[in-house]
Design a protein around this ligand. Structure first.
Ligand SMILES: *Cc1c(COP(=O)(O)O)cnc(C)c1O
Length: 391
């Protein structure tokens, strides 16, 4: 009998046809032309240039958001969203324990403290039922605020995250926010192109953050964007991320401590070219998912994670879920697959186990810990799902 880890290597290789990284960018459209124009005209910075507004308009068109404001990174976008949502130093912000560190870092960067919530197994996002029960136990409304009775600190927002592109139970989380009068912010960094009942990720909250880091479904090299639901939020987002400079022909006047967070035109030029192929990539990633699904159908001890009901996922990262009895083999599988040149990765180490967050408040996190032991992301670049023309 073939060893389990070796069997998985064979199945992945069969789909990827050999070595494959986890997720690589592809430069095959107008990137060269657009970037050359930036260089030829010397419009390369964030001060101006046509690609910033062009890319922002394309983001609005693709997401159905009312406004998009491009930023230097997704983390910067999320940091700005939290401040604009009213989060301030000494607050607590609910966020999933199962996420990339940027979610919790952005909370910390505002001076607030992340308060970790567990996830559910169907979406891998915050478990709304558990969160609701947790808040009933620990929170009270006092002086117009929601207060954590155990710490005495205000809870000012919930940040949810759409893991690997799958939309979390976002409508239930929005109701919890209504009930407790706190603001929902979506970390939609991984979910460009994903929808829930036809509504795009990042449009369930007034403010949300996208990322165009090199490993995301489309990239600007490094970059991000804030999606805003109304003009006031959009204007404030622009202001805060442009050093809070007041408009004037020559005077430098700033009315608060702002950030230099706007995306340079040269990065937006790449983004404007990349987003032209978003629909194609979405199709290829869904096709790759079906190829993996067929290949893994007869393999015991492992399942392929599938989009929750109502969600049309971008399948940013294809995800294996080991059956509970196989978790002891996770590291061996990672070793064998990586030895074979396959970019396979475990899920992120949960936030409450990371040095900067050991003292953060949290609810019980059994599903986070369980899924950390069971998940392996496998090669997911769009090209792997491309249907090649037969000559
Ligand atoms: C990629 C990512 C971010 C933002 O990352 P940047 O590298 O700063 O663009 C934030 N949250 C999650 C969950 C991510 O995956």
């Amino acid at each position: 009998m073939t060893e389990f880890a070796a069997e998985l290597v064979d199945v992945i290789c069969e789909v990827t046809r050999g070595k494959a990284q986890l997720h690589i960018p592809e430069i095959s459209g107008n990137e060269w032309i657009n970037v050359k124009e930036c260089l030829d005209t010397s419009w390369i910075s964030a001060t101006g240039g046509k690609y910033i507004s062009q890319f922002e308009e394309l983001l609005v068109a693709h997401t159905g958001a009312s406004f998009a404001i491009t930023t230097v990174t997704g983390t910067a976008a999320l940091h700005a969203c939290l401040i604009l949502a009213g989060v301030s130093g000494g607050d607590e912000v609910i966020c999933p324990a199962f996420t990339f560190v940027a979610t919790a870092n952005a909370v910390k960067m505002t001076g607030a403290i992340p308060h970790f919530a567990d996830i559910d197994r169907t979406s891998l996002g915050i478990d709304a039922t558990k969160l609701s029960e947790h808040l009933s136990k620990i929170a009270i409304r006092r002086d117009g605020k929601t207060i954590n009775r155990e710490s005495g600190r205000p809870i000012s927002a919930i940040v949810c995250m759409h893991t690997f592109g799958h939309i979390c139970d976002v409508e239930a989380l929005a109701s919890i926010c209504d009930e407790w009068k706190i603001e929902l912010v979506e970390d939609a960094a991984e979910s460009l192109g994903s929808t829930f009942n036809g509504k795009h990720a990042g449009t369930f909250s007034r403010l949300s953050a996208l990322s165009f880091n090199g490993n995301k479904i489309i990239t600007t090299g490094g970059g991000g964007a804030i999606l805003a639901a109304d003009e006031e939020a959009a204007d404030r987002a622009r202001h805060l991320t442009t050093t809070a400079r007041l408009p004037h022909r020559w005077e430098y006047d700033h009315d608060l401590v702002g950030f230099n967070y706007r995306m340079p035109n040269i990065n937006a030029a790449i983004g404007a070219a990349q987003i032209e192929r978003l629909e194609q990539y979405l199709g290829e990633k869904r096709h790759l998912q079906s190829m993996y699904k067929a290949a893994f159908a007869d393999i015991d001890g492992v399942d392929l994670f599938e989009e929750p009901k109502g969600c049309r996922s971008n399948y940013w990262l294809a995800t294996l879920v080991l059956s509970p009895g196989r978790t002891a083999e996770r590291d061996r599988i990672l070793e064998r697959t990586n030895d074979a040149g396959l970019g396979c990765r475990p899920a992120w180490r949960p936030m409450h186990l990371l040095a900067p967050f050991l003292d953060s408040p949290r609810m019980e996190l059994p599903v986070t810990e369980e899924m950390y032991g069971r998940i392996i992301n496998i090669p997911s670049s769009p090209i792997l799902g491309r249907k090649t023309e037969v000559a």
